[in-house]
Design a protein around this ligand. Structure first.
Ligand code: ZN
Length: 451
């Protein structure tokens, strides 16, 4: 079997792996490149093989850096079936349409302001393309093998991380390969930890936190500290958060802290229509996560969902302590930008980051301590307190990644480390070689190997 790394090398975005065997092609993940411009430009590069020659796609999960290029693939000629877990299929219904909507808005904005070198600027794909992509998706149960192409066998195993997220084991031509997908941590507030991996000849493992171990302290303690301190000085906590998964986890953390009287009973606004819709899907697939239906009802009652743009704007006039959860998680777009403009210049407020911030994003810059950021063409000074709480990340840390690999029933012939910034990927490679003595490689972009 031939494996070509079409993305997620040297970066945490653009997950795409091409598998070729017996004249058939399967694409594992079909993600968007995000972050620095040099990476984003790759979204405009055609797939190195004809999309019509790809027989099937398998998605590990619904995050856009794993699924967000599917509408483009379909637009460029892919005519096969896309396989995913049923919750992933449902979440893609929200995420792909939202992504298309944002891309359309971005190009319309560029056209209005004459920013684009291309005239007119075209979106990478449209909502119509996204709808066509959604029609290709077929949902599967975890643990039940299916045949995406004749002679190929694929099984999805729960990966923690996000509702529906899977590790994917592929068998073809007498070889087996296991893709970790994005692995969740063992202390996630909503998702159970990843299932034990099945043995495979080759393993491809993510390394987002390959060079980091979460501090032993409790994430709830850190949040309690930040929220009470900000509330005491009359400030507002703005939490840029991914609408799916993180928003619900943070809301649950805040609810628990209020119940234990560890933070004041301040209002918690969920300002993201998609987060509200995603919360509905978490309720529908309640059995896939840790909260009981009753706890989930408590969670929903504890948040005030902001629906309209007018309500969203009104939040910027808030003059009492509150928490605002709003997307996007890396402050690269969405409603949270308006809140950053309104609240970042006031030192009473706090900007709280709870997820991974990819290099090149506004979120990464703020966490790194820049004095100002550019939002909608103007410079916004950052005088608010900036805090990052790592304990709520949806990703396994280095210890947990190594523990997951250690649960493989047999030694793989080779491990490929992907989905990490270069330092993180290399640190995990070294750790795997030291701890397990397995041959381990950090592949290059577009590298092709026989597995
Ligand atoms: Zn992910």
């Amino acid at each position: 079997m031939q494996l070509t790394f079409l993305g997620a090398t040297g970066t945490v975005t653009g997950s795409r792996y091409l598998l070729e065997q017996g004249g058939q092609r399967l694409l594992l993940d079909c993600g968007l490149f995000q972050g620095v411009k040099q990476l984003r430009l790759r979204n405009w590069t055609p797939l190195p093989v004809d999309p019509a020659s790809v027989g099937a796609v398998v998605l590990t999960h619904a995050h856009l850096d794993h699924s967000g290029w599917l509408p483009r693939l379909v637009r460029d000629g892919f005519r096969g079936v896309t396989h995913a877990s049923s919750p992933t299929q449902a979440l893609c219904g929200l995420l792909l349409l939202d992504s298309a909507h944002l891309l359309e808005e971005e190009s319309a904005y560029a056209n209005r302001h004459g920013w684009s070198k291309h005239s007119p600027a075209l979106p990478l794909y449209t909502q119509q393309d996204a709808r066509a992509a959604l029609e290709t998706i077929q949902g599967h149960r975890f643990g039940e093998a299916f045949e995406p192409l004749p002679g190929w066998r694929v099984t999805l195993h729960r990966a923690g991380h996000l509702l529906g997220a899977a590790s994917v084991r592929v068998e073809a031509g007498g070889r087996s390969i296991l893709f970790s997908g994005d692995l969740g941590g063992e202390r996630d507030l909503l998702m159970p930890g990843p299932e034990d991996p099945e043995t495979a000849d080759t393993v491809v493992v993510e390394s987002t936190y390959g060079d980091r171990e979460r501090p032993p302290g409790d994430a709830l303690d850190a949040i309690a500290d930040v929220v009470s301190r900000t509330a005491a000085r009359g400030g507002i906590v703005v939490v840029p958060t991914f609408a799916v998964g993180r928003a619900q986890a943070v809301a649950w953390a805040l609810h628990q802290l209020k119940q234990r009287h560890r933070i004041p009973d301040l209002p918690v606004f969920l300002n993201s229509p998609m987060a509200a819709a995603a919360t509905g899907l978490y309720r529908e697939y309640c059995h896939e996560q840790l909260l009981t239906p009753a706890q989930f009802r408590d969670l929903e009652r504890s948040i005030r969902v902001v629906e309209t743009v007018e309500e969203s704007k009104a939040l910027n006039g808030l003059r009492m302590p509150a928490v605002i959860l709003s997307a996007s998680g890396m402050a690269s777009g969405g409603r949270v930008l308006h809140h950053l403009k309104a609240f970042a210049p006031d030192p009473r407020n706090c900007l709280l980051f709870v997820g991974f911030q990819a290099a090149g994003t506004r979120g990464a810059a703020i966490v790194a301590g820049v004095p100002s950021v550019k939002i909608h063409g103007s410079h916004v000074p950052i005088h608010a307190e900036v805090r990052r709480v790592d304990g709520l990340s949806a990703h396994a840390d280095r210890r947990e990644l190594l523990a997951w690999l250690g649960r493989l029933p047999g030694a793989p012939a080779r491990v490929y480390v992907t989905h990490g910034e270069p330092a993180a990927a290399d640190a995990l490679r070294q750790a795997i070689e030291e701890q397990y003595r397995w041959p381990c490689v950090v592949p290059e972009h577009l590298q092709s190997v026989t597995v």
